[in-house]
Design a protein around this ligand. Sequence first.
Ligand SMILES: [Zn+2]
Length: 105
Amino acid sequence: MGFFTVFVALTLGASHMTPSPSCHPKRNPKTGHIVRSRNALRSFRAMHPCPATGQTRGACPGYEVNHHVPLECCGPDTPTNMEWLTHAEHVAFHENMKVCPAVAE
Ligand SMILES: [Zn+2]
């Protein structure tokens, strides 16, 4: 199915980051991870096929979907806030982000 891979990639955390106090994203009570929209991810992939495979579904080896403004920072869980990053870029993105960026109104 391949969806599991994508889902795992989406859960890469910014747990060390101070969350924005003004939003309270819905979290999975078991894992503590923010619940993300599968429909939004599907829409993003339909518009932006995996850079590695060119496919709009299935696993995307080496790449992960990042929320440009993290959900912890009140970023919208929408395709326009998503981007493909390599795993290394994704890790660096979250390591470099110590505080939430400003969210456009
Ligand atoms: Zn991310």
